[in-house]
Every structure is written in C-alpha cells, then in structure tokens.
Design a protein around this ligand. Structure first.
Ligand code: NDP
Length: 291
C-alpha cells in the first residue's frame, strides 16, 4: 500500500518557508514582494482561483493585487495594463489568469509579460531557459511535482519517468525538470500506443491528461511514485484525478490524492516564484534566498 504524498501539508510547509523569505526580503529592501493577478471576465472557476491566490499572497506577507477587467475588454487595453505592470517597480510577479476570452490572443498577452516577472513560467524566454537546463522561472505545477519528489526522498537519477500529457503548462516542463534530474524520460500523449504497458515501465509516473481515472491500478509498476496532476469533475460533482487512486495505491510506493496532492503545491510554488522573482529583481544573492 503506497504512502500518500500530502500536498496540503507539504504545500503549507513551503508557504511557511516562503513567508520567512518574505520577511528577510522586507528587512533587506524595505518593501514587500508584490504579485499582480489579472482576471478578465467572470469565469466562476477562474474567480475562485484568483481569490485563493490573492488570499495566499497576503498570508505570506506579500502585496497582492487583483485587476478585474470586464469580459469585453479589448486586447489592446489588456496589453496596456500588462505593460504598465511590467514597468512598475513594486510589481515582482504578473499572472494573467487563463483562459482568456476568445477575442483575445492569449499568446500575445502572455508574451507581453517581462520574463523577470513571469511567475507562471510561461514566457518563451523562461521555457527556453528550462529547455537549456538553466534557471529561470519554472511553471508552478511541474515545479510542485519536483518538490513532492524531494519530500518523498526520491532521487530521479537513472529512473524511468513517464509523463502523460505534453502541454506547455504541465507535461513538457515536467519532462524537462525530470530530465534535469537525470531521469530517462518518455513523454506520452493522445497518439501514444500501448499506454498501459508504457506506464508499467515507470518508476515515476506523472499523469496530466485531464481524463477522469484513466490510469488504472494495473498500469502502475510496483513501488512507483505516482503524481496525479489531473483535476476532473465526476458526474456526481466530486473531484477526481487522472489516476484511479484506490487501485493505484495498492501498487504505488508513493501517490498523490486528488484533491490535496499536486493542487495545493501549485499555489505554494506560485508564492515561491514571486519571492524568487522579487529576490532577483532586487539584486540579492541567490545563495542567500532561504528556500
Ligand atoms: P491539456 O488539455 O493542455 O493537455 C492534455 C494532454 O493530455 C495533451 O498532451 C493530450 O495529448 C494528452 N491526452 C489527452 N487524452 C489522452 C489520452 N486518452 N491518452 C494519452 N494522452 C492524452 O491539459 P493540461 O496539461 O493543461 O492539464 C492536464 C490536467 O491537469 C487537467 O486535468 C488540468 O485540470 C490539470 N491541471 C492541474 C493543475 C494543478 O494545479 N493541479 C494545474 C494545471 C492543470 P495531445 O497533446 O496529443 O492532445
């Protein structure tokens, strides 16, 4: 029976660490790190995420500001806001909540965030740094997965890692981070053949497909670490991951639940990224960042 990787508790410990770092930052610079979140429209799920982000930012001792814009905001005025935040000294992190309304070119907007403030790690400069194995701002969800591996004391070096999903937000960066840790990485997607057999080779399995409980118990290699990124709504309204948790737990060594696994790590890593961005912008030595 696999041990549960409790993202709620591990995320809280990380948030506390960030709060200590924030205090150190305030003492050294005389100002708080600042995260500005832009929400366009009233998508209910996005509104909840944004509210949670703002609350956690303040709880960590940072300045948090939410910019709410109506759904019919033009691309130009959204870009204007992004550029004004790019220019502001007190803004360390800019997060544009996705999805954006259809009339707005999301890529153009995300590209307008200066890479130093791109706490989501979606800018091509940060994606490129990650690809090269250099340290930029890393997307929060896959970074949270790495922190969970660290907590489990898993050394990925030489292990087989299978990442299900190839999005720019989760799958690809997760694969790059595992590669940096010297895992032998396979990226699977909707065209991959014999998925169950492939998964059975995985010492580390990251599931980020968005398909309710697609990964069954007999897909899991005994003792594997299973990181379930999926957040899916079942017909009864309950949340479920991409992995059939109870079955998979029988064989896994470590496994994340949904909810309470990868999800809470994502927000903790957003705070970590904001502190990292602030620290770098203030020119403080990275070696003194207490993370
Ligand atoms: P995307 O929809 O962008 O990507 C899904 C990926 O899964 C694609 O690469 C797709 O392949 C692949 N896929 C879809 N169906 C199958 C299948 N049947 N077999 C194999 N591969 C398949 O999703 P995201 O990466 O944005 O998110 C993935 C999941 O993670 C979602 O449930 C999302 O809600 C959740 N999520 C959770 C977060 C958290 O904080 N915990 C944060 C972000 C996302 P192809 O490329 O071929 O289409």
């Amino acid at each position: 029976m696999g041990e549960i990787l409790d993202g709620k508790a591990i995320g809280e410990a990380l948030r506390n660490k960030v709060a200590v770092g924030v205090q150190a930052f305030v003492e050294r610079t005389g100002r708080k790190p600042g995260l500005d979140v832009i929400l366009v429209g009233e998508d209910p799920a996005s509104s909840v995420y944004v509210r949670n982000k703002a609350k956690s930012t303040e709880a960590a001792g940072m300045r948090g500001e939410v910019h709410k814009l109506p759904a019919d905001t033009s691309e130009e005025s959204l870009l204007e806001l992004v550029r004004s935040l790019d220019a502001r000294e007190d803004v360390d992190g800019i997060l544009v909540q996705l999805p954006l309304p259809k009339h707005i070119d999301a890529e153009r907007v995300l590209d307008a965030v200066v890479p130093e403030k791109d706490v989501d790690g979606f800018h091509p400069v940060n994606a490129g740094l990650l690809f090269e194995g250099r340290r930029g701002l890393v997307p929060c969800t896959p970074w949270g997965c790495m922190r969970l591996l660290d907590h489990a004391g898993v050394d990925a070096s030489g292990k087989n890692a299978v990442v299900l999903g190839r999005s720019n937000i989760v799958g690809k960066p997760a694969a790059m981070l595992l590669l940096q840790r010297n895992a032998t990485v396979t990226i699977a997607h909707s065209k991959t053949k014999d998925l169950p057999d492939l998964c059975r080779t995985a010492d580390i399995l990251v599931a980020a497909v968005g398909r309710t409980e697609m990964v069954r118990g007999d897909w899991i290699k005994p003792g594997a670490v299973v990181l379930d990124v999926g957040i899916n709504r079942k017909p009864d309204g309950k949340l479920a991951g991409d992995v059939a948790f109870e079955e998979a737990r029988e064989r896994a060594g470590w496994i994340t639940p949904v909810p309470g696994g990868v999800g809470p790590m994502t927000i903790a890593c957003l705070l970590e990224n904001t502190l990292r961005a602030a620290w770098a912008r203030a020119g403080l030595p990275p070696s003194e960042l207490p993370l």
